[in-house]
Write a protein that binds this ligand. Structure first.
Ligand SMILES: Cc1cc2nc3c(=O)[nH]c(=O)nc-3n(C[C@H](O)[C@H](O)[C@H](O)COP(=O)(O)OP(=O)(O)OC[C@H]3O[C@@H](n4cnc5c(N)ncnc54)[C@H](O)[C@@H]3O)c2cc1C
Ligand SMILES: NC(=O)c1ccc[n+]([C@@H]2O[C@H](COP(=O)([O-])OP(=O)(O)OC[C@H]3O[C@@H](n4cnc5c(N)ncnc54)[C@H](O)[C@@H]3O)[C@@H](O)[C@H]2O)c1
Length: 499
C-alpha cells in the first residue's frame, strides 16, 4: 500500500497486517501532546488508531500547562513593557497614566486560547479518523485495556501516555486558593500582593515573570543551594541579574518548605515554615498572601494497573528502553507491544519531547528502528527575556571532554552587539555555544535574551543534523535579525581554529 501523506514522506509502506482480531492496531492511553503526536503519526502510517482521553483532550500542555501559561506570559509581558517608562522614553514614547490591566480579561485570554487550541487538537484527530474514547484506560495484560464498566479495548500495540501531575511535598497543605499548584495558578483568579514560590524551576520562574509584571512581590524558596538549578551556571547568574534583581525578587536557597499552612484571602496569611535542607534545623517562618507550590511533577501512573500486570515503576515513572518500549522494572525485560511516552517515562518533561517520543514509538511499531536524540531537543523558559538551551551545559560538557579526552570549545556572542536587539532596546543577553574542538560538533548551546526560544531552534537542528560549527559559520543570516547573535557565536567558534 502507498502511505498517506504526512511524516514518513513518499516511501512505500505496508499497512500493519493484524495477526489477530484486535479492535485497533494501536491504542493510546492519554490524549495529551504525546498521545496526540503518536496518534497523528499512527494514522499517517495507516494504522487503525484509538486514543483513550479520560475526558481530558489536550492534557496538561493544552489545558493546564504550556498554552495557558504562555497566554498569561504574553499579556503580563505587555503590561511590563508598557509600564517601563524609561524603556519607552528611550524610544521617544510616553504612555500618560501608565498601563493598566483587567485581571479577568487576562484570565479570559488564557481560557479562550485553551478552548481554541483544544478544539484544534481534537479536530485534527477526528479529521484523520482517530477514535477518541472519553474513558480511562488501565493495562489489563498483553494487547488489552480495561476501560471501565467491564469493557475492554484490544490493540496489537499499546502506547501509554498518561503524563504527569504536580508534586506536592509532604507537609504542604494545598487549598487551591491561598496555597496552590500551577493547575490553579493558571486560572489567575486573583493576583496576590505578596506571593512565595516554592521551587525555582521553570514553572516557578515563569510565574515569577507573570506575577511581578502584574504587581506582586515575589519570594523564592529553593531547597538546593543554587537558584534555577536547571540552567547552565553562567546563564543562571545572568538570569538572576536580568529576571530577579531588577524585579525586587527576594529568595532563600538551601531551605526546604517543610510545612505550609493555608490562609484565608484577605483575612489570614499563609504560613510557611522552612528548615535547612542539610541540617533539617528550623530556619524561619514566612507569612505571605499566597504560595505557589512549584516543586516538580510526578508521573500520573497510579491508576494504570501496571503493578497488577507485574510491571514495576520507579516512584511512578515507567521504565523504558531507548525505543520507548516498556520494561518490566529497572533494567528489566521488554514487555512486548507496550510503549510509554511523554512525562510518564521521566526522560524529559517537555511537550515537544512527548510528541517526538510518540512518533518514535510508532516508527518502532512499524518496524523502522528509531531512537530519539534527546540531547538535540531544545527547551525554553518563556520569561522576559527568554532563556533557552539544547544539549549539555558547560559543567557537563567539561566532564564529557575530560572523559573522552577532547578539547572543549566555548564561544560567546552578545545581544548588545546586535543592531536588531538594540533597535528594540533589548541589548541584554548572550549566546553561548559549546563544541568539541576536534570534531567541530556542537555539544550544547545556551541563550538568554530576546526571543531565545526561537533562536535556539537553529542550533538544535544543526546539532541533530550533525552540522559542524565551521559549516554553520559559513551560513548566511538575514540582516538585521536576532539570528545574527547566533551567527556571531558560530563565527567566534571558527575564529578559535585560526589560532
Ligand atoms: C505550567 C506548565 C507549563 C508548561 N509549559 C511548557 C512549555 O512551555 N513547553 C513545553 O515543552 N512543556 C511545557 N510544560 C510541560 C508539558 O506540559 C508536558 O511535558 C506535556 O504536557 C507532557 O505531555 P504528555 O502527553 O506526556 O502528558 P499530559 O499532557 O499530561 O497528558 C496526559 C493525558 O493523559 C490523561 N490520562 C492519564 N491517565 C489516563 C488513563 N488511565 N486513561 C486515559 N487518559 C489518561 C491525563 O488526564 C492527560 O490528559 C509545562 C507544564 C506545566 C505544568
Ligand atoms: N517552558 C517549559 O518548557 C516548561 C514550563 C513549565 C514546566 N515545564 C516542565 O514541567 C516540569 C516541572 O517544573 P517545575 O518547575 O515544577 O519542576 P522542577 O523540578 O524543574 O523544579 C522544582 C524545584 O523545586 C525545588 N523544591 C522541591 N521541593 C522543595 C521544597 N520542599 N522546598 C523548596 N524547594 C523545593 C527543587 O529543588 C527544584 O529546584 C519540568 O520538568 C519542566 O521541564 C516546562
Amino acid at each position: 500500500l502507498v502511505a498517506p501523506s504526512g511524516l514518513g514522506g513518499t516511501r512505500t509502506k505496508r499497512r500493519w497486517i493484524a495477526m489477530h482480531d484486535f479492535d485497533y492496531d494501536v491504542a493510546i492511553v492519554g490524549c495529551g501532546v504525546g498521545g496526540h503526536g503518536a496518534a497523528l503519526h499512527a494514522r499517517a502510517m495507516g494504522l487503525k488508531t484509538c486514543v483513550l482521553s479520560g475526558g481530558d483532550v489536550g492534557g496538561t500542555c493544552v489545558n493546564r500547562g504550556c498554552v495557558p501559561s504562555k497566554a498569561l506570559l504574553a499579556a503580563s509581558g505587555r503590561v511590563r513593557e508598557m509600564s517601563d517608562e524609561s524603556h519607552l522614553a528611550s524610544m521617544g514614547i510616553s504612555l500618560p497614566g501608565g498601563a493598566t490591566y483587567d485581571r479577568e480579561g487576562v484570565a479570559a485570554h488564557a481560557a479562550q486560547l485553551v478552548a481554541k487550541v483544544r478544539g484544534g487538537l481534537e479536530g485534527s484527530l477526528q479529521r484523520l479518523g482517530v477514535d477518541i474514547i472519553p474513558k480511562f484506560g488501565a493495562y489489563h495484560g498483553p494487547n488489552t485495556l480495561d476501560v471501565g464498566g467491564g469493557e475492554r479495548v484490544t490493540a496489537r500495540d499499546i502506547i501509554l501516555a498518561p503524563g504527569s501531575v504536580p508534586f506536592v511535598p509532604p507537609g504542604v497543605e494545598v487549598d487551591g486558593e491561598t496555597v496552590y499548584t500551577s493547575d490553579e495558578a493558571l486560572l489567575l483568579d486573583h493576583v496576590p500582593e505578596y506571593v512565595a514560590i516554592i521551587g525555582s524551576g521553570i514553572i516557578g520562574l515563569e510565574f515569577s515573570d507573570v506575577y511581578t509584571a502584574l504587581g506582586s512581590e515575589v519570594t523564592f524558596i529553593e531547597a538546593l543551594d543554587k537558584l534555577m538549578p536547571a540552567f547552565d551556571r553562567e546563564i543562571a547568574r545572568l538570569a538572576e541579574r536580568l529576571l530577579l534583581t531588577p524585579r525586587g525578587i527576594d529568595y532563600r536557597t538551601g531551605v526546604f518548605a517543610s510545612k505550609v499552612t493555608a490562609g484565608k484571602r484577605g483575612e489570614r496569611p499563609v504560613i510557611i515554615e522552612t528548615i535547612d535542607a542539610k541540617t533539617k534545623e528550623p530556619v524561619e517562618t514566612i507569612e505571605v498572601d499566597a504560595c505557589l507550590v512549584a516543586t516538580g511533577r510526578v508521573a500520573n501512573t497510579k491508576k494504570l494497573g501496571l503493578d497488577q500486570a507485574g510491571i514495576e515503576t520507579v516512584r511512578g515513572v515507567v521504565q523504558v528502553d531507548d525505543r520507548m518500549r516498556v520494561l518490566d522494572g529497572p533494567d528489566g525485560d521488554v514487555v512486548p507491544h507496550l510503549y510509554c511516552i511523554g512525562d510518564a517515562n521521566g526522560i524529559q518533561m517537555l511537550a515537544h519531547t512527548a510528541s517526538t517520543q510518540g512518533i518514535s514509538a510508532i516508527e518502532n511499531i512499524c518496524g523502522r528502528d528509531n531512537v530519539v536524540d534527546h540531547e538535540s531537543i531544545p527547551g525554553a523558559c518563556f520569561t522576559h527575556p527568554e532563556v533557552a538551551q539544547v544539549g549539555l551545559d558547560e559543567e557537563a560538557a567539561k566532564a564529557r571532554a575530560d572523559e573522552h579526552g577532547f578539547e572543549l570549545g566555548k564561544a560567546v556572542s552578545h545581544f548588545r552587539a546586535n543592531s536588531k536587539a538594540l533597535a528594540e532596546g533589548e541589548g541584554e543577553g548572550i549566546v553561548k555555544v559549546l563544541f568539541n574542538k576536534d570534531t567541530e560538533q556542537i555539544l550544547g548551546a545556551h541563550i538568554i535574551g530576546m526571543h531565545a526560544a526561537d533562536l535556539i531552534q537553529e542550533v538544535a537542528n544543526a546539532k541533530k543534523a550533525g552540522t559542524s560549527v565551521r559549516d554553520l559559520a559559513f551560513t548566511t543570516h538575514t540582516h538585521p535579525t536576532l539570528s545574527e547573535v547566533v551567527d556571531a557565536a558560530f563565527k567566534e567558534c571558527v575564529g578559535m581554529f585560526a589560532h
